[in-house]
Design a protein around this ligand. Structure first.
Ligand SMILES: NC(=O)c1ccc[n+]([C@@H]2O[C@H](COP(=O)([O-])OP(=O)(O)OC[C@H]3O[C@@H](n4cnc5c(N)ncnc54)[C@H](O)[C@@H]3O)[C@@H](O)[C@H]2O)c1
Length: 467
């Protein structure tokens, strides 16, 4: 009979295509609940991987420990998530792992610290679920790949965007050859002056923490693209710059709350008005100086705010990618050219569809996990060469990242033996390939020349993605 410890290992084999029985169900019946530890009790850890798991899957899993370097925030998290009295809180991972024997460790700390906790968990024989990005550079990536191989445990990367029905429909059309052989892709993602700006208010604005948005944000996009294109990135050429946010000494205050320009700055953000953010961040600032409403124009910002990336895939598909961070509206569009036609898909483009939510509230609505969102139909355009265009409507609700969040959780915890016909589940190879595009792009911007992905780690790009 399976034990709980084999849960993630078995999920790893699902990722590799094997058909297995439901390990979690057997484990729960045999030995009680899956014992989980959450490392990083910020907004993502507390809400999506904390409270949502307790509320929705409390019958099959329990948190035995929470870890965060901020002593105030980790205590607050225990209360907010509702973990129960038996769950211990720690400010040091090593103390936790010397006392606890979890089945699964969930990593939701800032991006540049993921590798430390992933590697330590694997060393201690524990499987890992990590938030995206897998990590922020090629050396840390190699450490993770080596540790997974050496300690024979598994890492799953929580790429939630793959799981939305809209993105899945695109995958299905490409898999069934709806436009023949894929030859090129054009992908543009617009972040607005609310959500886009928010990345520059905190640690994401410093490359030593986030690896730049080419890693922190684009890891989602490069993962979708690698998965849709079904090949590995081979060569990357990129340009990028910081022009809009960042070093403007004449504008820069310490943070919004204390700024002389709060009456006139169009970016003024009053963190004291958000109960969640006030309780989670402001109340615990004294422990570590983590300021959530830092000035968007402070000189520490050293990431790009405009980015263009060209990727040649190992199957010779050519990609054109652009990320902008101060658009008047937030949304995206993608176009796939094939030998037999073209697919166009887009979300939240205001002049193409009715967008019923304000630009300020858009991101909050996307993060909303309550699942009581209005279901809409969103079109994908399939246009065959010499044929009529076909509009394929896909059911869409904004909450939980277009329905991706719930589907990812359900597959991981409720139905791990369900067939994964669209290869949604992602392991270290997929996690690595997505951050290696961003890493190569960063290097290309610095060097002014194309970078070969195969020179960055021991992973060799393949024409057909390994699943
Ligand atoms: N998949 C998604 O859609 C999605 C959405 C949001 C965030 N994320 C990811 O989730 C992770 C957390 O993001 P967030 O927005 O919750 O950030 P956050 O700043 O709100 O939380 C990070 C937490 O980590 C703690 N921390 C900092 N350094 C630490 C260290 N060295 N050791 C232990 N704890 C440490 C902080 O005190 C804080 O509580 C990031 O990797 C981010 O990329 C993913």
């Amino acid at each position: 009979m399976q034990n709980r410890r084999s849960f993630l290992a078995t999920i790893g084999t699902i990722a590799a295509g094997a058909v297995v029985s439901n390990p979690l169900k057997a484990a729960v019946l045999a030995q009680g609940k899956l014992k989980m530890v959450l490392v990083g009790t910020g907004i993502r850890g507390n809400s999506f991987w904390g409270k949502r798991l307790v509320d929705e899957y409390g019958d099959i899993l329990e948190f035995v420990a929470l870890v965060d370097s901020n002593p105030g925030r980790v205590k607050y998290a225990a209360e907010y998530i509702g973990v129960g009295e038996k769950c211990k809180t720690y400010t040091n991972f090593d103390d936790m792992i010397s006392e606890q024997t979890p089945d699964l460790i969930m990593v939701t700390t800032p991006d540049a610290t993921h590798h430390q906790y992933i590697v330590k968990s694997l060393e201690n024989g524990v499987d890992v679920l990590t938030e995206k990005p897998l990590t922020t550079d090629e050396d840390k990536c190699q450490q993770i790949l080596d540790a997974e191989r050496k300690y024979k445990r598994k890492v799953i990367v929580g790429f939630n965007y793959r799981w939305s029905p809209y993105n899945t429909k695109i995958k299905e059309l490409l898999m069934e050859g709806a436009i023949g052989k894929l030859v090129s892709v054009d992908f543009t993602w617009m972040l607005n002056t609310s959500h886009g700006a928010s990345y520059f208010r905190r640690w994401h604005g410093q490359r030593e923490w986030s690896g730049t948005l080419l890693i922190h944000k684009s890891t989602h996009h490069f993962d979708l693209l690698n998965w849709w294109i079904d090949s590995d990135p081979d060569e990357v050429y990129a340009t990028g710059d910081l022009e809009f946010y960042g070093n403007r000494p004449e504008k820069s205050g310490v943070n919004c709350r204390n700024c002389d320009e709060k009456g006139t700055c169009p970016f003024f953000y009053d963190i004291t008005k958000s109960r969640t953010e006030y309780n989670l961040y402001v109340k615990h600032e004294q422990h570590d100086g983590y300021i959530r409403d830092s000035c968007l124009f402070r000189h520490e910002i050293n990431i790009y705010d405009k980015m263009n990336v060209n990727v040649k895939y190992a199957n010779n598909v050519h990609l054109n990618y652009m990320l902008t961070t101060y658009s008047p509206w937030e949304g995206w569009r993608v176009a796939f050219n094939g030998t037999e036609g073209r697919i166009e898909a887009f979300l939240d483009v205001p002049y193409l569809e009715q967008v019923h939510v304000s630009q300020e509230d858009m991101h909050k609505a996307e993060m909303d996990q309550r699942g009581n969102q209005q279901l809409q139909q969103k079109p994908i355009i399939l246009h065959k060469l010499w044929g009529e265009q076909e509009i394929i409507n896909v059911g869409y609700s904004r909450g939980g990242h277009g329905g991706g969040d719930k589907r990812l959780h359900d597959h991981l915890f409720r139905t791990p033996n369900a067939e994964d016909e669209y290869q949604h589940l992602a392991g270290t190879r997929d996690g690595a390939m997505s951050i290696l595009v961003g890493t190569a792009a960063r290097k290309s911007i610095e060097a002014g020349q194309p970078i070969k992905v195969g020179t960055l780690t021991t992973l060799i790009p393949r024409a057909k993605r390994l699943v």
